[in-house]
Design a protein around this ligand. Structure first.
Ligand SMILES: Nc1ncnc2c1ncn2[C@@H]1O[C@H](COP(=O)(O)OP(=O)(O)OP(=O)(O)O)[C@@H](O)[C@H]1O
Ligand SMILES: [Mg+2]
Length: 265
């Protein structure tokens, strides 16, 4: 196998997070076509293409408090509704990839991973490894999880990719959203951090917030925390880019220099 790159298409990018269950079909199609052409261009490139939930699972997760564990009379309903909403968006993404000639298959995290207090504690990754080996692209996504300690939780795409990156020794991670990168002056958005390293991390964390929309896993702050932990422990770098700019996802996947924020050791 050649280079393994892990990608997240942010829920903020592929859905309208302000409107319930509203996929941005034109964006999803364009991103699927960029993924296809990146794979055509770099022989031996393997991708795990994760995506976030956007306005699909975040709403029921928020309503039923699913990320906080099994609490209240309707917690089980929350688990069912979150899994259903997340997987419906996943079918849309996988469908668009297939349309663009990418041989993509769903990986349902709630069925192959469990968490312990919200952190992934075990996962059956062999289907992902075998899919990559035969040249099929695994597509996991932000989902509900069954949790050994608190009953249920939410497993973000960031956590899933962090886990896969460590186990399968990925070379890089690319996270595409709707921001140019990580802003040092959010929400003014005039000054962007080119790099986040252990040296400026403590200072940056003060500028990192949750999402503007309903987001149960903590918006930009969560992304940077996970990416820094991955970089510190393994040296694997994460690039946060603006996927709404045509061509940028493709260039980032190919390892070209693009505008965005690089998180590294
Ligand atoms: N310093 C910052 N720089 C950039 N964005 C920030 C910052 N602080 C907070 N944010 C917010 O975090 C958002 C990105 O996180 P969010 O979880 O909404 O996106 P996503 O991961 O694409 O969505 P999903 O979780 O559905 O996949 C940005 O769009 C912005 O609203
Ligand atoms: Mg998020």
């Amino acid at each position: 196998m050649g280079e393994l790159v892990l990608v997240k298409l942010g829920g903020s990018l592929i859905t309208d997070k302000a409107r319930l269950e509203t996929p941005r079909m034109d964006v999803i199609q364009r991103l699927a076509s960029e993924v296809h052409s990146a794979c055509e261009e770099q022989e031996g490139l393997s991708l795990v293409l994760g995506h976030g939930g956007g306005s699909f699972p975040h709403r029921p997760a928020d309503k039923y408090g699913t990320g906080k564990g099994l609490k209240g009379a309707h917690a089980c309903k929350g688990i069912a509704l979150v899994q259903d909403a997340a997987s419906r968006l996943n079918r849309i993404v996988v469908g668009a990839l297939i349309e663009e000639d990418v041989n993509a298959i769903s990986v349902q995290p709630s069925s192959c991973m469990v968490t312990e207090n919200g952190a992934i504690s075990s996962a059956f990754l062999e289907p992902i490894e075998l899919a990559l080996k035969v040249g099929v692209m695994p597509v996991p996504y932000g989902d509900v999880s069954l949790d050994r300690k608190i009953g249920c939780s939410i497993v973000s795409t960031e956590r899933i990719l962090d886990f896969i990156a460590r186990k399968l020794k990925a070379s890089r991670v690319v996270i595409a959203g709707i921001e140019e990168g990580v802003w040092e002056d959010y929400p003014a958005r005039k000054k962007m951090a080119g790099q986040i390293t252990p040296e400026n991390y403590e200072e940056m964390i003060g500028h990192l917030h949750g999402s503007e929309s309903v987001d149960v896993t903590g918006g930009m702050r969560h992304k940077v925390e996970r990416a820094m932990s991955l970089a510190r422990d393994t040296g694997i770098r994460t690039q946060i880019i603006n996927g709404s700019k045509p061509g940028r996802l493709k260039d980032a996947i190919l390892g070209k220099k693009v505008s965005g924020t690089l998180i590294r050791k």
